[in-house]
Design a protein around this ligand. Structure first.
Ligand SMILES: *Cc1c(COP(=O)(O)O)cnc(C)c1O
Length: 240
């Protein structure tokens, strides 16, 4: 498993460099290790290196892994969430990055109320307005937030995006800049029940650029765990 440790060191080195380039403190950026499709043994190795934040994109997989790994781990739900899985996921995930509809927010509110708990969420923004992607259109985000902010069992913590897959990550810089600006604009409005403190953007291909543009959380899968191998099941690939 030495490969994993080396990968992690390299990611850590690059995060530090990106922080230095942009005059930010290393503590301002949280690394989420995206462990989807990867086995428990690999997660344990990464955990032992001191990583406690892990991301999964499927509720069942997240819950199964959470059940057999240390409680100390924080699980982030980063994939598209179906309403019938809300009840399950809010009991295990520390943060849902992918809230992308009012109906989903309403379902979270309803289930959170039943459990008597508060659920932390991010609003997923389709920053490049890609047809194939989930997320609220940037121009609709403020209105969306107003509607969700009044739900008493939901705490809006920030924004999330997945930028387009591009050959040169510099191409995503303007998208990250735009989301960062939107995040700051909303922050300044001081809306009740809304705390803009998490800006979740940047994946293996572009996390350094995302950090330079203000990301507080980067979601790195391949860069830590290596390539993912999917079984031939089309639906699995939608969220890659
Ligand atoms: C898979 C996934 C990632 C990690 O992607 P890599 O390119 O492997 O780093 C990040 N965010 C989301 C939403 C994902 O589904």
């Amino acid at each position: 498993m030495e490969q994993l440790q080396n990968n992690l060191k390299e990611v850590e080195r690059r995060i530090e460099q990106a922080c230095i380039r942009s005059g930010r403190k290393r503590e301002e950026v949280t690394l989420i290790a995206v462990s989807k499709t990867k086995p428990i043994s690999m997660i344990e190795t990464v955990y032992k290196e001191g990583i406690f934040e892990f991301g999964e994109n499927k509720v069942q997989e997240l819950c199964e892994k959470a059940a057999c790994l240390p409680e100390r781990i924080h699980w982030h739900m980063i994939g598209h969430l179906q309403r019938n899985k809300v009840k399950q996921v809010i009991q295990k995930a520390c943060l849902i990055h992918s809230v992308d509809s009012i109906r989903l927010a309403e379902q979270i509110e309803q289930e959170a109320k039943k459990l008597g708990k508060e659920v932390f969420i991010l609003i997923e923004v389709n920053i490049a307005q890609e047809e194939t992607k989930y997320g609220i259109s940037p121009i609709e985000v403020q209105e969306f937030i107003q509607k969700v902010a009044i739900m008493p069992h939901i705490r809006i913590k920030g924004l999330m995006t997945s930028a387009p897959y591009v050959a040169n990550p510099e191409e995503n810089r303007e998208y990250f800049k735009n989301l960062s600006q939107l995040y700051i604009d909303i922050q300044k409005k001081n809306i009740d029940n809304v705390n803009m403190e998490i800006l979740s953007m940047g994946m293996t291909n572009d996390y350094e650029i995302a950090i330079e543009e203000g990301a507080t959380h980067v979601r790195v899968g391949t860069g830590i765990f290596g390539e993912r191998f999917y079984q031939i099941k089309k639906e699995d690939e939608v969220n890659v």
